[in-house]
Design a protein around this ligand. Structure first.
Ligand SMILES: Nc1nc2c(ncn2[C@@H]2O[C@H](COP(=O)(O)OP(=O)(O)OP(=O)(O)O)[C@@H](O)[C@H]2O)c(=O)[nH]1
Ligand SMILES: [Mg+2]
Ligand SMILES: [Zn+2]
Length: 379
């Protein structure tokens, strides 16, 4: 078994899935970079190189979330001489860390695949935002990866502010669900052993807002300045979004890091069932309301409002519960809109394919006027 693949996290599970494809000419690789058009992968004996995605995979993916992304294991066909190798298959994902695509879409964006630990970097200064951190923790829980929060820039922050921020983060989840550290990515101080020495084959995904020090941390762990970093000017915002592309990097000790561009938004991608499930307890409680059609607003004998009165239910959660149906309706509208857009795009692509075929046939007919009926043999 090859050592580069093992360092990248290749296990018997991937080995079996790859062999299951039954293609002896293909080789396994892990995606380390993604541009608008192409991918870069790391593979045994070939190092990092550019590949393209087979059109078949692109067409078969029902959503963007099903397309390969950084961290995915793929099977690559070396292809013809002088042409780029082609990704022919994606191996099943162990897990993925996703958010909602920014903006009004409801679609899922996969930030990284096959992730053991998500490292959220923040500071105790301007970036500190418990609501956003809570959303990160929910998304990490959904991925099944380990959650670690680094409150960075300890060297330039008053100690009390650092410890307040750390306590606040720790209170956002159960103790076994999150580890929190006050650190300085610049000076290495405070970093836990599990991050300083990421075990061979383990993948750590680094996320957080722009300017919090993700790339600085990555450089510190790599022991070299591989990733560009830059000053943040709080007034002009200049220097923001220094990192523009996600990248998977192999550490000298064998672990794997994925550096990300800063995220402005961390929203849930979700469906109606998940939304409802969050309020399962309140739905149960609502069964005890005096009126079966209780709106939980002003009726007497309302069990939900009774819970609000005792403080068992917070006002925030109560209001969210009242908005639930509206939120689900809104979500379903967005899902429907995306479905229709996809259908339109598919129809357009089909039209173009057909038109191109007609053009080619027309050309062939002109070139060989004696052959009459080639339309059924073309393509
Ligand atoms: N004082 C201090 N400055 C830091 C620390 N970590 C990062 N910085 C500085 O913060 C600025 C931004 O750091 P980057 O590593 O570029 O931030 P980033 O999270 O990668 O930002 P994007 O790539 O835009 O998402 C740089 O000037 C770093 O030198 C730290 O621990 N202490
Ligand atoms: Mg960066
Ligand atoms: Zn009620």
């Amino acid at each position: 078994m090859s050592s580069l693949l093992q360092n990248l996290g290749w296990t018997l599970t991937e080995q079996k899935a790859f062999h299951g494809l039954g293609q002896t000419g293909w080789y396994p690789a892990r995606i380390c970079r993604e541009t608008k058009i192409n991918y870069s992968v790391l593979a045994e004996g070939k190092g990092e190189h550019e590949v393209v995605l087979a059109g078949k995979l692109w067409h078969e993916a029902a959503t963007d979330a099903e397309l390969p992304t950084v961290g995915d294991w793929v099977a690559v066909d070396p292809g013809e001489d002088g042409q780029l190798p082609v990704i022919r298959a994606m191996l099943p994902r162990r897990n993925r860390f996703s958010r909602k695509i920014p903006g009004r879409s409801c679609a899922e964006q996969v930030i990284g695949a096959n992730i053991d630990c998500v490292l959220v970097v923040t500071d105790a200064l301007a970036d500190f935002n418990p609501k956003r951190l809570e959303r990160y923790l929910t998304l990490i829980r959904k991925s099944g990866a380990r959650a670690v929060v680094l409150v960075n820039k300890a060297d330039m922050t008053p100690p009390e502010q650092m410890s307040n921020a750390c306590q606040c983060v720790a209170a956002l989840a159960a103790p076994q669900e999150v580890e929190v550290y006050a650190v300085s990515a610049l000076s290495r101080s405070g970093l836990p052993e599990s991050i300083l020495n990421i075990p061979v084959g383990r993948t750590v995904l680094v996320v957080g807002s722009s300017g919090v020090g993700k790339s600085t941390l990555v450089n510190t762990l790599l022991g070299e300045d591989r990733r560009e970093t830059s000053e943040v000017n709080g007034v002009t915002g200049k220097g923001r979004h220094t990192t523009v592309a996600r990248e998977l990097l192999l550490l000298p000790g064998g672990g794997v890091l994925i550096d990300n561009p800063g995220m402005r938004e961390v929203q849930m991608w979700t469906d109606a069932a998940t939304l409802r499930a969050q309020f399962e307890d309140l739905s149960q409680l609502a069964l005890q309301c005096r009126f079966s059609d209780c709106s939980h607003r002003r009726e007497s004998g309302c069990a939900v409002r009774a819970a609000l009165a005792t403080g068992a239910l917070t006002r925030e959660r109560y209001e969210h519960f009242l908005r639930l149906d509206a939120e689900i309706a809104e979500l379903e509208k967005l899902v429907e809109k995306r479905r229709m857009t996809l259908e339109r795009v598919t129809r357009r692509v089909k039209r173009i394919v057909l038109r191109n075929r007609d053009d080619r046939e027309e050309q062939r007919r002109q070139l060989s006027p004696h052959r009459k009926d080639i339309s059924h043999t073309a393509d």
